[in-house]
Design a protein around this ligand. Sequence first.
Ligand SMILES: [Zn+2]
Length: 139
Amino acid sequence: MTSTCDLCSSPGGELLYEDDLARIVSVESADYPGYCRVVLRAHVRELTDLPPVDRRHLMDLVFATETAVLGTVNPDKINVASLGNVTPHVHWHVIPRWSLDPCFPNPIWGKQLRDPSPRHPPQNLTGKLRAAIALHLAD
Ligand SMILES: [Zn+2]
């Protein structure tokens, strides 16, 4: 299934971290700067298809990502989602949310409630995310 799966055939964003199990990437997004994905390396359909040790490690990566996003872009809320309806390859979305972002309080894929307002992410956002993730995984 590698040739037809977007997450098998491309990184899915700018690489921030990777190990034997998964990678963490930054997703380019004007409305949600700091948006990251944690993508399993192997093409696996459901979380419960993973052995428990891999489930725990994957969640450690999600938690490190959430902590890094919180500390880097200071959102009002973090959304963590694993859907896989369009791309059935285990991955987590870690999405910073602001009370005045276009869809809040709906999911970012939901109904837009207001016009986007400009966000001013910190300089070198991906570098800051990369450093923060490495720091939290070293804890
Ligand atoms: Zn895949």
